[in-house]
Design a protein around this ligand. Structure first.
Ligand SMILES: Cc1cc2nc3c(=O)[nH]c(=O)nc-3n(C[C@H](O)[C@H](O)[C@H](O)COP(=O)(O)OP(=O)(O)OC[C@H]3O[C@@H](n4cnc5c(N)ncnc54)[C@H](O)[C@@H]3O)c2cc1C
Length: 246
């Protein structure tokens, strides 16, 4: 059963924009009165009368990256050179978009006896930021593990914030991994290479059977789902969301 929120169409005002990793921007919007969502859900954002468009149209789906306790709504995206993103990047603060949602049921399970293991590839971090900030703010009892894979630290949105969040939530463990650390100008002392069952089992030893949440580009999501199944995890305990379009 999905979360009991109802989707509506809203007009939302852009109020802030900020680079959160190389080539990656976060956009903050005024939160409509009475807008309710569950961390992990997404919205459809549509440009109103844009100066240019392309075959993909004027709308894109974005996970809500902010927590429900935050005053504003935030989404974050890789700024590729597409018509939608050129328009979004150039929009003046105060301009409006159409937002529909919330949608989706990739939300934290209710049973605190089951740990949650979040596996994020790059921009796939967005729904997990919302879920992790919410868990810390609400002091949720769930054990939470984030495995966060990027090419380099420079490419990893919210890296420092998500690492530091361990101080606010004693039930939360952060594991970052870089697949191309040698291409970075920053030093990296964490894990390297792709997320593998071997990397997971080092950290998840002596932990109750978890529920996995996998979000990222479609290739990463399919690959991890297969390797988790091959490693003997039950398919019922693997929840995924692929960011189609990457
Ligand atoms: C449930 C859900 C949640 C999502 N949440 C997020 C989110 O939080 N953040 C986020 O960024 N995205 C999210 N997405 C994906 C998002 O909706 C877009 O599809 C994505 O951002 C790509 O948009 P685009 O304008 O860059 O490319 P599009 O114009 O949509 O690209 C279409 C196709 O063109 C190709 N393409 C375009 N530009 C390039 C390029 N520079 N290099 C290589 N290929 C290219 C790609 O193959 C792509 O498949 C989500 C998707 C879903 C379904």
């Amino acid at each position: 059963m999905g979360p009991s929120t109802h989707s509506h169409i809203y007009t939302v005002k852009l109020i802030h924009r900020q680079e959160v990793a190389e080539g990656t921007m976060a956009f903050r919007f005024e939160k409509p009165a009475h807008f309710v969502f569950v961390p992990g859900q997404f919205v459809d954002m549509t440009l109103v009368d844009p100066p240019e468009t392309d075959a993909e149209g004027n709308g894109r789906a974005f996970s809500i990256a902010s927590g429900p306790h935050e005053d504003t709504l935030m989404v974050a995206t890789r700024m590729r050179d597409t018509a939608f993103k050129r328009v979004l990047r150039g929009m003046p603060l105060g301009a409006t978009l159409q937002m529909e949602g919330p949608f989706g049921n990739l939300v934290l399970h209710a049973d605190p006896a089951r740990p949650a293991v979040f596996l994020a590839g790059g921009i796939g971090i967005t729904p997990f930021r919302s879920m992790l900030l919410h868990a810390a703010a609400q002091k949720l009892p769930h054990r939470l593990f984030l495995f966060y894979s990027n090419r380099r630290p420079e490419d990893a949105p919210f890296l420092d914030e998500l690492q530091a969040l361990q101080r606010d939530n004693p039930h939360y463990t952060f594991v970052g991994t870089m697949t191309a650390p040698d291409k970075s100008s920053r030093s990296w002392k964490g894990e390297t290479g792709f997320i593998t069952p071997a990397m997971l089992s080092k950290v998840l030893m002596n932990v109750a059977p978890p529920i996995f949440y996998v979000v990222g580009p479609p290739g990463m999501v399919t690959g991890l789902r297969t390797s988790l199944k091959d490693a003997g995890f039950n398919e019922r305990d693997i929840r995924t969301e692929a960011f189609t379009g990457y």
